[in-house]
Design a protein around this ligand. Sequence first.
Ligand SMILES: [Zn+2]
Length: 420
Amino acid sequence: MSVAPPPELPAVAARFWRYVQIDTEADRDSTTTPSTAKQKDLGRLLARELAELGVADAEMDAHGYVYGSLPAAPGAPRLALLAHVDTSPDAPGGPVVPQLHRAYDGSVIRLPGDPEVALDPAVSPELAAHVGHDLISSDGTTLLGSDDKAGVAVIMQTVADLVADPELPRPALAICFTVDEEIGRGVDKIDLERLGADVAYTIDGGAVGTFSFETFNAAEATIRVRGVGVHPGYAKGVMANAATILSGILAALPAAETPEATSGREGYFFPHEIGGNVTAATARVLLRDFAADGLERRKRLVEELARGAAGAHPRADVEVEITDSYRNMREYIERTDPRAIAFAFAAAESLGIELTAELVRGGTDGSRLSEMGLPTPNVFTGGHDFHSRFEWNTVQNLEASLAYVKALVGYWARHGGEPA
Ligand SMILES: [Zn+2]
């Protein structure tokens, strides 16, 4: 039983209100695409609503991806907007019962479904900056799913507004709603040919005014040590203990360069898996760095430590295998079309807001798309405290995200036809 949006909500917030009530929780243990069939419930609705808006080619494919496009004059740039329909399996996903907290006064709001769950400025300091806003949360028993139904609602409303006003300048606009982003499979089955875009934006970010186009360069080192096991009573000069040799290598990694000791632009070594005994021991170490040469330095250090250990323990065998995982998306964006970044800042300026570049200390769908040749930075949605039962957004933030996305689309329409 769904709850109708309060009548005073502006269109983008009313859409958001409807979409969050459709449970689209992803499932890591599933091997199907989408991982849960219910993601198609929202996909089907979005395809139908796009068609009703006049998007002639709107369609959901067999994998649950929704595509649609708005044509433009020949020579117009081809821009794509993306958002994901699924929600995180890290908090209960539904049924979501949205709550509107009008004109927030800065106090603690206890959520009606679970008195233990509250919107509390002491826990979520961003709330203090939203006094006067109309907050939207769940009832405390589920996540809200602003991540990423806020992005879905903003894109749908952008399409609706463009359709309603044919005078608005527009690029050739491709829309894509993806599935299973939260379990790392968001672009596994995407059809880039069908999307047919030169530049894209995911509308999947956080605080108003934030913009992401940088991720880590990432690799993983697997260190394998083979030792010599004998009875400890007769071990002198014979035993080579793989477990202690491996521990020595890991202990020599810089203690200040771990995930728990770094932030911002600092990279790290992250031994995230270790196992073994006297005769064989293995560790897997994630290497992360925003700079390409920084990642290379980290690879070399692991290799040097392994060589040093091998030299000190000639009876043992030490080998390192390093595989690259992903690269800083900025590199790909700047190589393919740096306007993806420059226009985003220019569009913000035209609106009188300032964008803040936010570093992503992880990979994103956008980084994979950028690597695949489609430059895809990430735009804010205004949501906070994702993947939790106290997730929230505000009516005003949704409107700010919508205004920005429309400005961005307009900026591309006016300037994107010029050569890159
Ligand atoms: Zn998201």
